[in-house]
Design a protein around this ligand. Structure first.
Ligand code: ADP
Ligand code: MG
Length: 714
């Protein structure tokens, strides 16, 4: 017993040195860790390719061929010795072995293990060579093929060979693919008898899943491709299922357990604002407001994530939600990630509040002491209805009389602790309702996982009248044409954003690029005809605000900036977004930036300027930008190109658990099935206390399912 937790060091063929290597390179410490490291690819070794048919575009081939001649080569390819010469291994850099199989001849090349391979590959003997052919100097060879002695009947069994994740250090430390297979085989022999089924019998039957020991054996050593498919399906399902089960269970406990402030009314201010709106709400906005209304009435705490693309009208939803809370006698706050955004929210919200009696104030880092004192007083006596602000809202001396709803805009810019501090500002013991808004579209599968225990609302409809943004990608050679286009737009009374990639705001190089870019723009757009403003992260808040407001108010024609303008800023008169060195931006950033234009009535443009050095992947991103404006489609593609872990919005919070075999990008369908199946089980047995669900409860108690509780921190 206890094999699963045995240190890897004691597995035959490992020992202390290799154990350390496995730990450092792959994080493997126990036998259980090892058998949960699955191959990421399989090689079909069931067939033998004639040498004459080998081509460089074949992925892997297996040859059965006889050694003709061995040549040892020194530095620069000088021949050190051939078959008949005396051997000097010391000076050799390379071993070349010519083999033939009757259809033709081919070269096998070894840079390592020269002596060992020279001695065993004796002319006239026949071997199986397995590897990836490549064209070199006009002829084909295989570098470091796997070499085996052919055995009767050996080909048909174990035809699919797993390929495990590896590193250079592992290989030089002797843990080659072949060794890894041997270790897995030894570990499985010890562990399989101890493996406990994690899924209840009825689930296996219901869904036709193979038992866990079978799945583990066949994921490492597939009997055939059918067995591999069954094994992989079972393991993927299990992984997604337990993840969703734990998220849903938490959500269930929370919605039962967490008391929330009951807000049964809507109130006169809501109606006053609603009736005075200059437009009708979109269907999506109406639906979301209904969802929020029923949350607020429920007596349980609301924890809702509102997703909506840039410009989909989230501010309106936030304001109406605040007015509902105010209608029940509570205060509210709206927190934005930057000062500029907070100011803009404040200005917009004040407009919406005109028909109401609600008091609203702005609190940021640059609010004066005098203003602060009057805000603090109005917060404490309850006369202030909405406090808009930045992180300044989180300071200890900001005390509400009765905070009932906190709205957090652009949630991923906030750290976890900061959100927790907001939480503590509710009236004694009962937490405020929380609405988190994000303009970063997240693929559905990722949202289900990242926010699996939150309620998610999506505004998937744009307000009418939004014009599509025409997007094009140009090279440096068309810069002058672009300047002419910008002049034409400015002549028509429009404004232009020019954004430079300042990925790391502190990096001098990047700042230099920005400054040079700014100077070039100023030369091309000189005073007095043109005014150019500049905003970047190294400026003081006053400088930033001064320049931003100059542009927002139309006093500057062009705003040169870094991505500080990425989120939220609304200048409807701006019709052109120029993105310099666009190849350096990620998709979601490009999408956010493009969302800054197309907000007014005019036709808008986004010009992606790429440098000469643009990689294939970067070009793919730029092409996608030119093809679609749909943020969710872009997010899906982004996830496929980069993997879910790198998506914006996930880096900070991180995925709740590491997925081992399933992929959020590829297994979306299976994820939905797993989630709804988990939901059905919880509906029937919310505490999983029925005897047949005992295995589920046991599995969920494992450490890896101690998922960060997003409801408590958002
Ligand atoms: P978001 O914060 O989601 O990016 P905003 O709330 O800033 O979007 O709204 C973008 C613009 O659309 C604003 O100018 C707003 O006044 C306008 N708007 C919002 N809802 C509607 C609607 N239903 N019909 C027309 N315009 C709308
Ligand atoms: Mg917004």
């Amino acid at each position: 017993m206890g094999e699963l937790t045995t240190s890897i060091q004691y597995l035959s063929g490992v020992g202390p040195k290799r154990a350390e290597l496995l730990r450092r390179e792959l994080g493997i410490e126990t036998l259980s860790d090892l058998i949960h490291l699955y191959p990421f690819r399989y090689i079909d070794r069931s067939g033998i390719t004639p040498v004459a048919q080998v081509a460089p575009d074949l992925a892997y081939v297996q040859l059965q061929a006889t050694v003709v001649r061995r040549t040892l080569l020194g530095p620069g390819g000088a021949i050190v010795s051939q078959e008949t010469d005396p051997i000097h291994f010391g000076a050799c850099k390379r071993l070349s072995v010519i083999v033939e199989d009757g259809s033709g001849q081919m070269e096998m090349v070894f840079f390592k293990g020269i002596k060992w391979n020279y001695l065993r590959l004796t002319p006239g003997s026949t071997f199986l060579f397995f590897g990836k052919p490549q064209a070199f100097n006009g002829h084909l060879n295989i570098v470091h093929p796997e070499v085996d002695v052919p055995q009767e009947g050996a080909l048909s069994q174990g035809a699919l060979t797993g390929v495990y994740p590896s590193t250079e250090k592992l290989k030089t430390g002797g843990i080659t693919g072949k060794v890894m297979c041997k270790l897995q085989s030894a570990a499985l022999a010890l562990c399989l008898p101890e493996i406990q089924e994690t899924l209840p019998e009825y689930v296996l039957r219901d869904l036709g899943l193979v038992p866990l020991p079978y799945a583990l054996r066949n994921i490492h050593f597939p009997k055939d491709s059918y067995a591999l498919q069954k094994a992989s399906y079972r393991l993927k399902f299990e992984e997604l299922f337990f993840l969703q089960l734990s998220l849903l269970k938490q959500k269930f406990v929370r919605s039962r357990g967490e008391r929330g402030i009951p807000m049964p009314k809507v109130g006169p201010d809501f109606h006053a604002c609603y009736n005075a709106l200059p437009y009708t709400l979109t269907g999506a906005q109406q639906r979301v407001i209904k969802e929020i209304r029923s949350d607020l009435m429920s007596g349980h705490q609301m924890n809702r994530l509102l997703q909506g693309d840039v410009g989909s009208g989230k501010t309106m939803v936030a304001v109406l939600s605040c007015l509902m809370a105010i209608g029940n006698g509570y205060q509210t706050c709206i927190m934005a990630p930057t000062e500029v955004l907070a100011q803009q929210h404040y200005a917009n919200i004040q407009k919406y509040l005109k028909p109401t009696a609600v008091q609203c104030a702005l609190l940021t880092g640059s609010t004066t002491q005098k203003e602060r004192r009057s805000i603090h007083a109005a917060l404490e006596d309850g006369s202030l209805g909405i406090l808009v602000g930045t992180h300044a809202l989180l300071e200890d001396n900001v005390v509400f009389k009765n905070l009932g709803l906190a709205v957090i805009d652009e949630q991923h810019r906030f750290g976890v602790e900061q959100r927790a501090r907001l939480w503590s500002k509710g009236p004694s013991l009962v937490p405020p309702h929380v609405l988190v808004m994000t303009a970063t579209p997240i693929p559905r599968t990722l949202a289900m996982t990242l926010y699996g225990d939150l309620d998610v609302s999506v505004i998937d409809e744009m307000p009418p009248g939004r014009k599509p943004v025409q997007t094009m990608c140009i090279g440096q050679n068309r810069r002058n044409a672009m300047y002419k286009f910008m002049r034409d737009e400015i002549a028509r009374g429009r404004q232009v954003f020019v954004v430079f990639p300042l990925i790391f705001e502190s990096e001098k190089m990047d700042l230099q690029n920005l400054e040079q870019g700014y100077e070039e723009i100023v030369r091309a757009f000189p005073l007095p005809d043109y005014k150019v403003a500049i905003v970047h992260g190294q400026q003081s808040n006053e400088e930033k605000n001064f320049n931003m407001s100059a542009f927002a108010a139309g006093r500057a024609h062009i705003l040169v900036s870094t991505t500080v303008i990425e989120v939220g800023v609304d200048v409807p008169n701006a019709s052109v977004m120029v993105i310099e060195s666009a190849q350096r931006f990620g998709l979601s950033q490009l999408h956010q930036l493009r969302g800054r234009v197309g907000r007014g009535a005019e036709k808008s443009y986004c010009i992606l300027v790429k440098d000469v050095k643009t990689s294939k992947e970067a070009q793919q991103r730029l092409d996608l930008m030119c093809q679609t404006e749909d943020g969710f489609e872009i997010a899906e593609q982004d996830m496929k190109m980069r993997g879910p872990g790198d998506l914006e919005g996930t880096q900070q919070s991180g995925l709740p658990i590491q997925l081992n075999i399933a992929s959020l990008a590829r297994d979306g369908q299976l994820l939905s099935e797993a989630r709804s199946y988990a939901g059905r089980i919880l509906d029937a047995d919310p505490t999983l206390s029925a005897p047949q669900n005992a295995p589920l409860l046991r599995e969920l108690r494992k450490d890896k399912y101690e998922i960060k509780d997003y409801s408590k921190i958002s």
